[in-house]
Design a binder for this molecule. Structure first.
Ligand code: SAH
Length: 247
């Protein structure tokens, strides 16, 4: 069977961090399903003769449900097509790549996974912030900020997170930043812990906001911080340096 599915990471945005394998499978794809996270620079280089499906804007304004995305992928592979599911960063760090893999496997669809450079590491890195450092942090925890910490059913243990002596990297955390900062401090995290919020990392309109945990939510609000952004909490933020702006 020629048909095959590819779960492909685009990197954090910009052609420089798209892997060689990702470029190869994109260029030979019959169908590409994507959303806006990979960014214009990459999305403008999708092969014009491939069928392109914008999962965020399908047939007007309709956003494709996860199940619909999986169904389209399976159906196209069964037709013998090479189907690329292009995802921002790495396909298996949030963004539901794992669920897509399960659905494809269940239907006996051959799948290749193409790892990508994750924003969780690359975005801080490109403003000079290493997520670990011998002097500042021997561990890094990457969490989703999608969970509202004020809800009792939060899947994250904020007490444990507050106690961890390492870096916390938060994806999808802009909206809940006030609640997240409050939950961490409530469980004992020092309000002076430095925080960096990097919006649209590695894009031409990248912007960085830095402040102490106790004030970051207010500062971010004043500056109108908006997604996508990577939030880094921990002493490694002391190494923040503007001169690492992307080329
Ligand atoms: N799989 C992706 C993450 C998907 S979740 C990865 O490995 O990077 C989507 C979140 O990723 C966004 O809400 C944001 O927190 C983060 N993100 C992805 N690309 C980004 C970028 N270029 N700049 C800032 N944040 C980014």
């Amino acid at each position: 069977m020629r048909g095959k599915a590819f779960l492909v990471g685009s990197g954090p945005g910009g052609l420089g961090l798209l892997t060689f394998r990702a470029r190869e499978v994109i260029d030979s794809a019959d169908v590409i399903l994507y959303d806006q996270l990979p960014g214009d620079e990459i999305l403008s280089t999708l092969p014009p003769d491939a069928e392109r499906i914008d999962c965020g804007k399908f047939g007007g304004d309709h956003t494709l449900e996860q199940r619909e995305i999986e169904e389209i992928m399976i159906a196209r592979v069964m037709e013998g097509k090479r189907v690329v599911r292009l995802k921002g960063g790495d396909p298996f760090l949030f963004g539901r790549g794992g669920e897509e893999l399960e659905a494809l496997r269940e239907h006996g669809v051959p799948v290749e996974v193409v790892p990508g450079v994750t924003s969780a590491i690359a975005v801080p890195e490109c403003v000079g912030i290493p997520v670990t450092h011998r002097r500042y942090a021997s561990a890094v925890t990457v969490i989703t900020g999608h969970e509202d910490p004020t809800k009792p059913e939060s899947a994250l243990d904020w007490e444990v997170l507050a106690r961890l002596r390492g870096t916390i990297v938060i994806l999808m955390g802009v909206k809940n930043l006030p609640g997240i900062a409050a939950a961490l401090m409530e469980h004992g995290k020092n309000p002076l812990t430095p925080v960096a919020v990097i919006e649209r990392g590695l894009r031409t309109d990248q912007r960085v906001t830095v402040g102490p945990l106790g004030e970051i939510a207010e500062i971010a609000k004043e500056r109108g911080v908006s997604p996508p952004a990577v939030i880094v909490i921990g002493d490694v933020v002391h190494l923040y340096d503007e001169s690492h702006l992307p080329r």
